[in-house]
Design a protein around this ligand. Structure first.
Ligand SMILES: Cc1cc2nc3c(=O)[nH]c(=O)nc-3n(C[C@H](O)[C@H](O)[C@H](O)COP(=O)(O)OP(=O)(O)OC[C@H]3O[C@@H](n4cnc5c(N)ncnc54)[C@H](O)[C@@H]3O)c2cc1C
Length: 509
């Protein structure tokens, strides 16, 4: 482990699954004195929106075998489950999402222990990134502090969008904009509640909010709910070459229909056809014109998501039980008007249904508009980034480097949902783990350029915390480091921990 001042600093903005994996791959990739600063206002590391839920009924929507953090070691998550949770868990099991957050946090901590680079966790929100002077980027925090970094990675995911909500809803306290805010569903009233959106978020909210005294209503424009995985997965059937070569939405639709029909004839399972598209999805998306992409988003995306992002069989059984009990009623339409009457909200749907509910929950999923996020808006405004294809996320190069206005290139990378414009499918872990490795390779190659190596970092970061194995327990990782190689700096940090248990102030910054 190298101590002392780092040659270079890489800032990873967002400590959810994507940020944690990027930090892990950066720590693995480097052979030099690098400092990786992992930034997120949340206390938790490696959980983000998806893996923070403590509700054991919230399961992964991918079997354990598909959730390894490492693209080339498919068994890594299953082995971890056997060691830490239950030796009998099968690779086909859909485990609780909370367990996956534990796994990712362990995965990151293991990379930190192995690495010659240093990992620092910082709790703050980045509100702007500046690249006007010199080679470095300067991150501005909510707290008013700044951090200069040689490269930065945006791993901020996306937040739920509310563009669909009529004004009467946006101003109401009875509107739950983000169902993932911890504890927010606990405050729902014991009366009718309307869920807007019928995808995987709606399913999670139904499982968490179902009470005998609380009738639930779910509405979406298409009324499409996610399809269900089979308990025994049919191996993916590779897509025919003509699908990868389709250059219009019409030809794509007809070729896909044929491919699905042939697959059903051969295997009896349409899922094998959809799963077989995974390796070529980005290629197919890139070949479409912008107007075809827009049309796909308007007319096909819902059906695609419902078939591509499926729920676990046990989750489907639980949803069916709520439906059969009569406590979940589904509508097809849009919310066209809403009025908060003080003790309820009156809602009008586009099919003419009027209902009075105690709360409305936004279940439209993480589809927020990039320009609604202050950090992304500032990047777009100053030209360090430009909108992605079809208005989705940010435009990126193949390794995730952010492309600015008029081709401007700052040392900025991104991954995950912000790459949807470039790749379309870019939100699930199998995509994110590969992207994290690609970003780390791209950043490492950039940092190894002689001009960058010669430029040492000057940092302003007085309140940084060392990361721990779970829940940011600063002492845990430090103790593991100490058993390997104590240094005078370790001793100073240990003393700081003794005075402030759980918090190690990084004085080296
Ligand atoms: C409910 C749900 C369930 C899912 N289940 C699965 C599944 O089973 N399998 C699967 O493969 N995929 C699943 N997904 C897809 C999921 O998107 C990815 O697996 C992954 O969790 C995305 O992680 P992320 O780090 O990109 O985003 P996020 O989890 O959204 O994390 C982004 C982090 O960035 C932080 N942040 C945002 N802005 C800033 C800022 N300006 N400064 C500092 N920090 C910032 C946020 O606080 C947050 O912690 C699920 C998604 C959801 C929403």
């Amino acid at each position: 482990m190298t101590e002392g001042k780092a040659d270079c600093t890489v800032a990873v903005i967002g400590a959810g699954a994507a940020g944690a994996l990027t930090a892990a791959r950066l720590l693995d990739a480097t052979d030099r004195a690098l400092r990786v600063v992992l930034i997120d206002p949340d206390r938790a590391t490696a959980r983000g929106v998806a893996y923070s839920t403590p509700d054991g009924r919230h399961l992964l929507n991918v079997p354990a075998a598909g959730m390894s953090a490492l693209p080339d070691e498919a068994d890594d998550f299953v082995n971890w489950l056997h060691e830490h949770v239950d030796a009998n868990i099968k690779s086909s099991t859909f485990v609780a999402r909370a367990r996956y957050g534990d796994y990712l946090a362990d995965h990151l901590a293991a990379s930190a222990r192995r690495s010659s680079a240093r990992l620092v966790r910082r709790h703050d929100r980045v509100v702007a990134v500046d690249h006007t002077t010199g080679r470095q980027v300067v991150l501005r925090f909510d707290s008013g502090e700044t951090l200069a970094a040689d490269a930065a990675v945006l791993a901020t995911g996306t937040s739920p969008g509310v563009a669909w909500a009529p004004p009467g809803l946006l101003t109401s306290d009875r509107f739950v904009r983000d169902p993932w805010v911890p504890g927010v569903l606990d405050g729902l009233p014991d009366t009718d509640v309307l869920l807007v959106g019928t995808g995987l978020t709606m399913v999670d909210v139904v499982l968490a909010a179902d009470r005998p005294s609380r009738p639930l209503h779910a509405v979406s424009r298409h009324g499409v709910v996610p399809a269900v995985h089979r308990s025994e997965k049919t191996p993916p059937v590779p897509a025919p070459a003509e699908l990868a070569e389709a250059d219009s939405l019409d030809s794509l639709r007809s070729t896909l229909r044929r491919h699905v029909a042939q697959t059903v004839r051969r295997t009896g399972d349409w899922r094998a056809a959809i799963d077989g598209l995974r390796p070529i999805t980005a290629q197919v998306w890139k070949r479409l014109s912008d107007s075809d992409k827009q049309e796909f988003l308007r007319n096909d995306a819902r059906a695609w998501d419902a078939h591509r992002h499926r729920m676990a069989p046990v989750t489907a059984e639980r949803l069916a039980a709520v439906r059969e009990s009569g406590r979940l009623c589904q509508h097809t339409g849009e919310v066209v008007a809403a009025e908060d009457t003080g003790d309820a909200i009156r809602v009008l749907l586009s099919d003419g249904t009027a209902m009075t509910v105690g709360a409305v929950v936004n279940c439209t999923g993480p589809v927020g508009d990039a320009s609604a996020d202050p950090l992304l808006a500032s990047l777009l405004a100053c030209g360090l980034a430009r909108a992605g294809s079809a208005g989705l996320g940010l435009d990126t190069a193949d390794d995730g480097r952010i492309l600015g206005a008029t081709g401007r290139l700052a040392p900025l990378w991104t991954l995950g949902a912000l790459r949807r414009g470039s790749l379309w499918e870019s939100t699930a872990m199998p995509e994110i783990r590969t992207q994290a490795a690609d970003v780390a390779t791209g950043v490492a190659a950039y940092l190894s350029r002689p001009a960058v190596r010669a430029h040492s970092s000057r940092l302003a970061a007085p309140h940084e915390l060392m990361i721990g194995d779970r829940g940011d327990d600063a002492a845990t990782l430090l103790d593991k480091r100490l058993t390997r190689r104590p240094s005078p700096l370790d001793v100073r940090r240990r003393n700081a921990l003794a005075t402030h248990p759980g918090i190690a102030v990084d004085h080296t910054a």
